[in-house]
Ligand binder design. Structure first.
Ligand SMILES: [Zn+2]
Ligand SMILES: [Zn+2]
Length: 337
């Protein structure tokens, strides 16, 4: 089969390798579509410490079951499925306490040390495989994982119906957060980005009328700030300044992946005096199933979220496209999509 192999940081190639065969507890999925994520770019650039090289990347994918191991009971050849890439060990301190996303032996499909979805086929344990609703396209299936990260963020945030939201970043993750906020009963959803074309798209294509390049432009809309501020740029300076947008007793969710080691400084008195909460949200935890359900219910405009589709052979072009910052979700598909 063909697969996108990152040999070592900086070396990424479409290579030919043996088709996987399933271990007793695994199913083999023929990949229908796989999305490129910022994490894939970090892995290619050697900026994601947990990755063990060489690795076949790709952790946002759906496909069709083509083989099942002898102990698999829940799936059969021909089933259309999505895959939660999380491969927590189930036995460490955190896993035993229900915090599998914080596993001490952390691993994930296409990210840690298990081959991923930028391949024609991928073998994964049955426990991370989910059946897809009949009407869900492969394009939408490859969006479940990023949406499941957003759902995890909302499980952390625990917002109330009728609250206001400000999202920093109008890229793919910012727009997914904004759509989940709207679906979740938001009174107001505003977005800030320095890229005006992204703001224009958020407004014209996704119907978010409150867009701005700085917080100052939103002071009339929310003179006291916002109940929920979600940082989805991964820029440490933005994570720092985002505190200025939080209303008294409001919450700041650090959703974007900032570079490790960089420091943000906050006015400790303000956090005390205004009862502000700052939260982190890490990947996926019990949120892949709910992500399938809200996508099936229409929470996300999946057609508009996927702006560009490439074949597996065209991975270098797809990667260049993501790096250019143009478009939203870029997907590269397996053979049958
Ligand atoms: Zn991702
Ligand atoms: Zn564990």
């Amino acid at each position: 089969m063909k697969a996108v192999l990152v040999e070592e940081p900086g070396s990424v190639n479409v290579v030919s390798m043996p088709d996987p065969s399933p271990a007793p507890d695994e199913v083999v999925v023929q990949v229908g579509a796989c999305g490129i994520c910022g994490t894939d770019i970090h892995i290619i650039d050697g900026e994601f410490p947990p990755t063990v090289y060489p690795i076949v990347i790709g952790h946002e994918f759906g496909g069709e079951v083509v083989a099942v191991g002898k102990d698999v009971e829940g799936f059969a050849v021909g089933d259309r499925v999505g895959v939660d890439p999380t491969l927590n060990c189930g036995a460490c301190y955190y896993c035993q306490r229900g915090m599998g996303n914080l596993c001490e032996r952390w691993n994930a499909v296409g990210v840690g040390h298990h081959p991923g979805g930028f391949a024609e086929f991928v073998a994964v344990p049955e426990r991370v495989v989910y059946p897809l609703p009949e009407a869900m396209s492969m394009k939408a299936a490859a969006l479940i994982e990023p949406v499941s990260c957003v759902v995890r963020g909302f499980h952390r945030l625990q917002p109330q119906t009728g609250e206001s939201y400000l999202i920093y970043g109008a890229g793919p993750m910012g727009l997914l957060n904004a759509q989940v906020a709207r679906y979740n009963g938001a009174s107001t959803v505003a977005l800030i980005d320095i890229n005006r074309s992204r703001l224009e798209r958020a407004k014209q294509e996704f119907g978010f009328e409150h867009v701005a390049t700085s917080l100052d432009e939103l002071r009339n809309l929310a003179p006291r700030g916002f109940d929920n501020v979600i940082e989805a740029t991964g820029v440490t300076k933005v994570a720092e300044r985002a505190i200025d947008a939080v209303k008294r007793r409001g919450k700041l969710l650090l959703f974007g992946v900032c570079p490790p080691g960089e420091k943000a400084s906050y006015d400790a008195f303000k956090i005390y005096n205004e009862e502000i909460t700052i939260l982190g949200s890490m990947a996926v935890l019990n949120s892949y199933g709910p992500a399938i359900d809200i996508i099936a219910a229409g929470a996300i405009d999946t057609d508009r979220m996927v702006t560009d589709t490439y074949t597996l052979d065209q991975f270098p072009q797809a990667e260049a496209h993501v790096r250019s910052g143009k478009g939203l979700k870029v997907q590269a598909a397996g053979t049958n999509a």
